[in-house]
Design a protein around this ligand. Structure first.
Ligand code: DGJ
Length: 752
């Protein structure tokens, strides 16, 4: 009996203990310490971002937009409801947040909840850039997140990124990890973004956002901007994209791999924008004591329409975002469309002679110069074997480069170091360097495979390609870095079971290589090409001087692509070449003048066989090149004003104005011709000083191949050659006659 009683008591004790234990589990909430509510303001000259720290430690964004007085925002009450005023500054899955998260993790115990609490913030300043770091902590999981806001006052740009630090003692998995979040309040949101394909990059489309989630994403691994771009414009309270009016936010992600932009419009009509690395196949493991820095997301706000938003981005890019930004880069002749894979030393030397006689400043030898066991005579062999092809170029590269220098030209050369043809010595030697998935076909595209840049040995190889090509001649001034396919059926032999790291570490590997290149070759010019504009983003532009905007050099198509590019990227990066007709991509025929007038919007170049130009054409080219040299500093460093959109319009114009407003260059085009009785087309010029007088001089007159056969010898504007006030030119009185399809005119304006 005694024994039975003892057993009963023991069981009761055990049950009570377990009940107490589970009771402690249910009620063992860790209440984070209360904090003093406060406002944190991140400011530029004309915009403010207002964050509010609440008593419970949550950090909300109250405002991003026009410049405000932050003190008034302290009076805004925070309701006990799900959000109250504002929206979480960096919404994390967990707690009361049920929307699209900026941050989503899985912890070692399988839980998904993160609740971030304010633990401090600080602002530092260096070289005029103010950096505010808001420190957050999840008290339960010990996850720490720093929200970093870098304010560029003069350019009205704010950069955001986060540092996610696992201060717990178990690994965690990052499922979503945006670079920043911004929330807006309006009744209408017009989203403008770009889509595209090869030879059709940067096609602009706008749409009004409905409720729920809109996602723009790229999953190509590399060539991340061939089909779209991690950049957007958001117009508030309107259904139309205006160049000059209304509130517009621009955003761009500095990342050269998979990206994701999301726009979630909630039941209260708030819109939250997130920008960051795409989490596609990238559940990123973060060990205890490890941290992850997200890439920069670049934001700007304009209350003067899309034009000002683009100008803000451009100014920031020229000063901070582009390697060598704003420096005038040489006018070049590229060998690709003029020679493709078929050339000898003699062919190249004659092209150099012609380039020199046309007043160009650089010759670039494109694809086809390398490979011996497997010569590079087409795109089906030799990628990976970066030795000079002795049959084609027995005298070597130095001979050609020195010849270019002797003619007063710089010299550039093409490489595609991230890729390998199956038919190459490299693929034979290092099959394990190829991106692949065990047991599966390694698909070729353009008969090539991708090298696994997540592997440090491949990073060394890729750096070595650049480095060894630079050793071919001390006269190499420019490298064209190409990248001609996306990643498919991804897999890294190097990463083993940790394939979730692949997409991110490929890009980090690419940046590591570029860091090494820039440390060793700070002044070599490097173009970022990827089948044209397949890698146009602010991640790569930190290392590259310019981009190859598109393989499509048709002047007509380029008007649209360059318009799309100009929404987010400055003219100084936009390589634009005059090529032959019919155009090799579109088969379209446009006048030589039109092709020049379009290419002169960016870094001008030629990409054709000069031998096929007539003597009239050569003389005309000379004139266009000479005139471009006179105004190109305004192209590279001026502010862009788009005078409308080419979409749906017969005529399009745009202009650059020097920062001091003393000089400008204006471009006008006829894209569709519908009536013979063509009066002048009024363009309202922008950005000029209304009170100053500008002498207006038309450029590039005298094209020999206008569609109507008549050389353009007289200006198409009655006011040409005289001086007019900025206000007059802005009134619509500037009305050049563009009398046929593909007629165009370029004017230089000089203040008196
Ligand atoms: C694709 C580039 O976009 C072209 O300009 C040219 O360099 C070819 N590759 C060469 O293969």
């Amino acid at each position: 009996m005694k024994r039975l009683l003892l057993l009963f008591l023991t069981v009761l004790l055990a049950l009570t203990a377990s009940a107490q234990k589970s009771k402690k589990f249910v009620h063992g909430t860790l209440i984070p310490p209360a904090v003093e509510p406060r406002i944190i303001a991140v400011e530029t000259t004309s915009s403010s971002l207002i964050l509010s720290v609440r008593e419970n430690g949550s950090v909300f964004q109250l405002h991003f937009g026009t410049k405000v007085n932050e003190t008034e925002f302290a009076a805004i009450p925070s309701y006990a409801g799900r959000y109250g005023n504002g929206a979480p500054a960096y919404p994390a899955t967990g707690g009361r947040f049920l929307g699209e998260p900026a941050l989503h993790l899985r912890y070692a115990d399988g839980m998904h909840n993160t609740e971030l609490h304010y633990i401090g913030h600080e602002t530092t300043e260096a070289a005029g850039v103010k950096t505010t770091t808001v420190r957050l902590l999840d008290y339960v999981t010990k996850l720490r997140v720093d929200l970093v806001y870098e304010a560029y006052p003069e350019e009205d740009v704010i950069l955001t990124h986060t540092r996610i630090y696992n201060a717990g003692d178990k690994p965690v998995t990052l499922l979503s990890y945006a670079s920043g979040a911004m929330t807006f309040t309006s009744d209408r949101y017009l989203l403008t973004h770009v889509n595209g394909s090869w030879a059709q990059e940067m096609q602009v489309e706008s749409e009004l956002l409905t409720h729920h989630l809109k996602v723009l994403e790229d999953r190509r691994g590399v060539q991340n901007t061939q089909l779209g771009n991690p950049a957007f414009l958001l117009s508030l309270g309107t259904s139309e994209l205006s160049e000059t009016e209304g509130e517009v936010i621009a955003g761009a992600l500095a990342w050269s791999g998979n990206w994701r932009l999301s726009f979630e419009r909630d039941a209260e009509n708030r819109l939250t924008v997130l920008g960051g690395i795409s989490p596609f196949a990238s559940e990123y493991p973060l060990k205890a004591d490890a941290s992850f820095r997200t890439p920069d997301m670049i934001w700007t706000y304009s209350d003067k329409g899309a034009g000002q938003a683009s100008r803000n981005l451009h100014r920031w890019a020229r000063r901070y975002g582009v390697y060598g930004g704003g420096e005038v880069n040489p006018i070049l002749l590229n060998s690709w469309e003029g020679a493709y894979f078929t050339f000898t030393t003699e062919t190249l030397l004659r092209m150099i002679d012609d380039a020199a006689s046309m007043g160009l400043e650089m010759f670039v030898l494109d694809d086809g110069w390398f490979g011996n066991k497997y010569p590079r005579n087409s795109d089906n062999a030799a990628l990976g074997d970066w030795q000079v092809n002795a049959a084609k170029l027995p005298e070597g590269i130095d001979h050609i480069a020195q010849y270019a220098h002797s003619k007063g030209l710089k010299f550039g050369i093409w490489i595609e170091p991230e890729m390998v043809n199956p038919k190459s010595e490299l693929a034979e030697k290092h099959p394990e360097w190829v991106v692949q998935s065990p047991g599966r076909e390694i698909y070729t595209e353009r008969t090539q495979w991708v090298l696994d840049l997540s592997n440090p040995a491949v990073q060394d190889f890729v750096f070595g390609v650049f480095d060894s090509v630079m050793q071919l001649s001390p006269a190499i001034d420019y490298i064209k870095w190409d990248c001609n396919r996306p990643i498919e059926s991804f897999g890294s032999p190097y990463l083993g079971a940790e394939q979730d790291r692949f997409y991110i570490e490929y890009v980090q590997g690419f940046y590591k290589v570029m860091e090494r290149i820039r440390a060793k070759y700070p002044s070599v010019l490097v173009q970022c090409c990827s089948s044209g504009g397949g890698r146009v983003d602010y991640g790569s532009l930190k290392y590259f001087n310019e981009v190859w905007t598109s393989d499509d050099t048709d002047g007509f198509e380029r008007v649209f692509m360059q318009y799309g590019t100009s929404l987010f990227y400055p003219a100084c990066v936009m390589a634009a070449h005059v090529s032959t007709v019919p155009n090799h991509q579109s088969r379209n025929v446009t006048p030589l003048k039109f092709r020049f007038d379009v290419a002169a919007q960016g870094r001008l170049g030629l990409e054709l066989q000069p031998r096929y130009l007539s003597s009239e054409e050569l003389a005309y080219v000379n004139r266009c090149v000479a005139s471009y040299k006179e105004f190109r500093d305004v192209v590279f460093n001026g502010d862009l004003y788009r005078l409308g959109t080419p979409y749906g319009n017969d005529f399009y114009g745009m202009m650059y104005v020097s920062e001091d407003k003393s000089r400008a260059v204006v471009y006008t085009y006829c894209l569709r011709f519908r009536q013979l009785a063509c009066d002048g087309v009024p363009f309202r010029l922008q950005g000029l000083d209304p009170d100053r007088k500008y002498r207006v001089v038309e450029q590039n007159l005298g094209d020999a191949d206008r569609p109507d056969g008549a050389p353009v010898t007289a200006s198409c504007w009655w006011g040409n050659g005289r001086s007019w006030s900025g206000s007059f030119l802005a009134s619509g009185a500037f009305n050049p006659i563009l009398p046929s399809l593909y007629s165009s005119a370029v004017f230089v304006l000089e203040a008196e």
